[in-house]
Design a binder for this molecule. Structure first.
Ligand SMILES: [Zn+2]
Length: 243
């Protein structure tokens, strides 16, 4: 990452900087910025179950369930739903801790591959509903599909942010299309009970699989205009919140 950062700073100092890989075509190769249309015909999905090991993530006061367990369960269900139609790699397949930067670097450099990170959310008790985070231009279409798919399963939403463009370590730093899905708020009692129901997680996993396979077959078709490119440095743990 050091050489990448050095290149980035040199780039920021230049009067005009197009950044690497701005051809606009989707040739399936990884790039740093992702300023191109979304992927179509990719052959591999990396499923990243958030948190794990010493990091439980959010814990529901209503059900006592931990985000790390629900994320892993949903990741395994998603893998089954994708079975055979696309190669699946699991970032973790058991209860282990992996640093965010390690997750980003393990996903990087993989051609014809996308990354989906799965989480469950936490905030005030009144907020509920799925949210989808993306940063790269080439991840907008997939994020749109993911958010639509989760919203089609979610029976009620209140105060949630829907689809959000945010520079996170798992939306900015991998050099492949990447999306982070927050499936539901464990801090909302009704949604926590829903998320504790295996049948609900199964429906969410099926919807996520349909979104991924739609992106694989159709690319960005039907997902709206691409957002503008933004040149911003990789996300760091020391970044101020919300930057
Ligand atoms: Zn999380």
């Amino acid at each position: 990452m050091k050489s990448g950062l050095a290149a980035l700073f040199a780039c920021l100092l230049a009067a005009s900087c197009a950044g690497p890989s701005t051809s606009g075509s989707n040739n399936g190769r990884p790039d740093e910025w992702g300023h191109r249309p979304g992927p179509q015909g990719f052959d591999t999905v990396i499923i990243d179950a958030g948190h794990g090991g010493k990091d439980p993530g959010a814990i529901s006061r209503t059900t006592g369930q931990r985000e790390k367990d629900l994320a892993l369960d949903t990741a395994q269900r998603l893998k089954r739903h994708l079975g055979g139609r696309v190669k699946v790699r699991m970032m973790r397949d058991d209860d282990r801790f992996i640093e965010l930067d390690d997750r980003a670097s393990r996903a990087s450099g993989k051609g014809n591959t996308i990354l989906l990170s799965l989480h469950y959310n936490s905030s005030g008790a009144g907020v509920r509903g799925p949210e989808t985070y993306y940063w790269r231009v080439d991840s907008h279409g997939l994020a749109t599909r993911i958010q639509r798919a989760m919203a089609s399963v979610s029976p009620a939403e209140s105060g949630n942010r829907g689809m959000v463009r945010r520079r996170l370590r798992l939306t900015r730093n991998p050099d492949i299309p990447c999306v982070l899905a927050e499936i539901g708020y464990l801090s909302n009692p009704a949604e926590a009970r829903l998320c504790a129901d295996p049948a609900y997680r199964e429906k969410m996993a099926a919807a996520l699989a349909r979104a991924i396979l739609d992106q694989q077959s159709k690319g960005d078709a039907g997902t709206g205009a691409l957002p503008r490119p933004i040149y911003a440095p990789p996300s760091r743990p020391t970044d101020p919140a919300g930057s």
